[in-house]
Design a protein around this ligand. Structure first.
Ligand SMILES: N[C@@H](CCC(=O)N[C@@H](CS)C(=O)NCC(=O)O)C(=O)O
Length: 202
């Protein structure tokens, strides 16, 4: 359910690509083992390993790499303005959504008590950050609801990576106890619509 690996899988599915995947157990700390750190020294998921051994990290960069090689269907923008809009909403979902939700759940999750920051060990959870994460996530929910009140999809009238990035943040939030507020009808309509796409189960 981790939002970044799921975001990459959804992107790959929307592109119609077949890429073998290997699951790495974050809660068990598999991403911090020497074997995984040899693949990605930052200890983060996802990572895309090419046949020649090159490894690409950071979800937006993996997506950009794949979009460059496989331009259709376009998911990152058809022109300068749309590309900027999609990028802005992706950054919003990462910073205001995913990071807030991570702050909420990591600082109260017993298996991550000394792994409060993704990718490395030895950072202790701070219980007071739970409430702040909830507050930040509520602010993100407001931003999304306002946007989706006037826009069919997150970055405009068509489905793009801005949708999958937000979908992963919101589904993850729901899984850790921060559901979309019941009154946010536009967000709920949009999320229900995305859940019917085949990529939702990628
Ligand atoms: N900016 C990175 C963030 C990657 C990230 O934080 N991934 C999380 C899973 S969603 C992770 O690897 N967590 C490892 C951990 O919790 O130790 C990206 O875009 O890929």
């Amino acid at each position: 359910m981790a939002p970044n690996p799921r975001g990459a899988r959804i992107f790959i599915a929307e592109k119609g690509l077949i890429i073998p995947t290997q699951e790495i157990n974050i809660l068990a700390g598999e991403n911090l083992t020497p074997a995984y750190l040899r693949i990605n020294p930052w200890g983060l998921l996802p990572a895309l390993a090419l046949d020649d051994g090159t490894v690409i990290t950071q979800t937006p960069c993996i997506c950009r790499y794949l979009e460059t090689l496989h331009p259709a269907p376009n998911l990152l923008g058809r022109d300068a303005l749309e590309t900027a809009r999609i990028g802005a909403w992706e950054r919003c979902s990462e910073m205001n959504g995913q990071n807030a939700i991570a702050e909420f759940c990591r600082n109260q999750c017993a298996p991550l008590a000394s792994r409060a920051v993704p990718g490395f060990a030895g950072v202790k959870a701070l219980p007071e950050l739970v409430a702040r994460g909830r507050q930040r996530a509520a602010w993100y929910d407001e931003q999304m609801e306002n946007q989706l009140a006037t826009s069919a999809y997150v970055a405009g009238p068509r489905y793009t990576a801005a949708d999958s990035t937000a979908q992963c943040a919101m589904d993850f939030a729901n899984a850790v106890g921060l559901p979309v507020p019941a009154g946010h009808q536009h967000t709920l309509r949009w999320l229900q619509n995305l859940s019917t796409r085949p990529s939702a189960t990628a």
